[in-house]
Design a protein around this ligand. Structure first.
Ligand SMILES: *Cc1c(COP(=O)(O)O)cnc(C)c1O
Length: 370
């Protein structure tokens, strides 16, 4: 079986982990955590980095640090991971959705302005699968209406928008270091920002809002979302290789593009837009309407041939748990619905070999020919 993702851990990971063991620094108090925060935030041209236990936690903290809550509305794409919406809802704010762009699969920015009203507090942009959202128009809208911008850059390590790093835009940006991301800490995440107050609040919220001086007296409810020194050790070793990893992903994407081109009935990822080259966080495919089977069936047929696949995101407005809360009643977002039913991704991790890729391509040609 060719797994959908395998990380590469053959740099300084072992050496730095050994150092944690040798020195006894394994908790979040260890020195690698600060180093990782500094080096990562510098890499994405931000003043502050706050490491947390995962990418979902980074979004939760970002929402709380921006004081989003009851009476506020946050605009976000329906085609995204559930991580984006959880804390918006728990905070008492209202999530407001927009559909996707059919070619880039990112949020359709033309729909944002219509969704703005006096309660709108923030726009959450989510860069999907390897191409960034066209940020300039979003930032302009945010400025025009005085809105905060949260940039979910969980899939965008090493990617740029018009030459500037993803993760450097908006009021606060978030990353994940889950093993299928471009760099991994096993589990992990980071909030990056230039805003001192947001950074201080984020740091406090991550650590139960303990107070210096009066440690066990709390003015605010936080969480324990700390990253450990062991995880940061991995992160530092991975970060050293980010450029190499991005190149590797782009080579992988180019190889798929070349070998799969000509297969009928499939929409492939856009290799580039005006503002970015795809980094193929995952290599997604969308079955065109003329294909008689859907993504679920395609993944089943590829699975039989030993190819591990994953479905695309399922839209927020079609989530049973959110519908039961009475959210998004009667709302339709046809592009996202199409992507969810017709889209899936093929093995695209950093550990994928050329031989693996050849086998994936062969299997895909077979199922599309039959
Ligand atoms: C992976 C991912 C997350 C969540 O990160 P975790 O570390 O798995 O919690 C959030 N947003 C996007 C867009 C992601 O791809």
């Amino acid at each position: 079986m060719i797994p959908v993702n395998e990380p590469l851990l053959d740099g300084n990971e072992k050496k730095y982990l050994q150092k944690c063991i040798d020195t006894g620094w394994i908790s979040s108090e260890g020195p690698f955590v600060k180093q990782f925060e500094e080096q990562f935030s510098t890499r994405v041209e931000r003043s502050y980095g706050i490491a947390v236990s995962n990418g979902t936690a980074a979004i939760d903290v970002a929402i709380e640090a921006l004081d989003i809550g009851s009476g506020d509305e946050v605009i976000l794409p329906t085609f995204t991971i559930i991580s984006c919406i959880g804390q918006i809802i728990r905070s008492g704010a209202k999530p407001v959705l927009v559909d996707s762009d059919a070619l880039t699969w990112n949020m359709d920015i033309a729909q944002i302005e219509d969704k703005i009203n006096p309660r709108t507090k923030a726009i959450m942009v989510v860069h999907i699968y390897g191409l960034p959202v066209d940020l300039d128009p979003v930032l302009n809208i945010a400025q025009k209406y005085g809105l905060k911008v949260i940039e979910d850059a969980a899939e965008m390590h090493g990617q740029t928008y018009k030459g500037r790093p993803c993760g450097s835009f908006g009021d606060v940006s978030t990353f994940s270091f889950y093993p299928n991301k471009h760099i991994t800490t096993g589990e992990g995440g980071m909030i990056v920002t230039n805003d001192k107050q947001v950074a201080e609040d984020g740091r406090s919220l991550r650590n139960l809002c303990f107070q210096p001086g009066k440690r066990f007296v709390h003015e605010r409810l936080g969480w324990n979302l700390r990253l450990t020194n062991l995880q940061a050790a991995l992160g530092l070793a991975q970060l050293e290789r980010l450029d190499e990893f991005v190149q590797r992903k782009r080579r992988m994407g180019a190889r798929y593009n070349a070998q799969l081109s000509g297969i009928p009935g499939i929409q492939f990822p856009q290799p580039h837009t005006d503002y970015a080259e795809n980094i193929y966080w995952v290599y997604g495919l969308v079955l065109k309407d003329e294909v008689e089977f859907d993504a679920e069936e395609a993944m089943k047929r590829l699975g039989v041939k030993g190819i591990g696949c994953r479905p695309f995101f399922w839209p927020m407005h079609e989530q049973p748990v959110l519908q039961r809360m009475g959210l998004f009643q009667g709302e339709r977002y046809p592009i996202a619905e199409h992507l969810a039913r017709r889209g899936f991704y093929i093995p695209s991790g950093l550990g994928l070999t050329s031989d693996d890729q050849d086998r994936v391509c062969e299997a895909l040609w077979e199922i599309m020919r039959d």
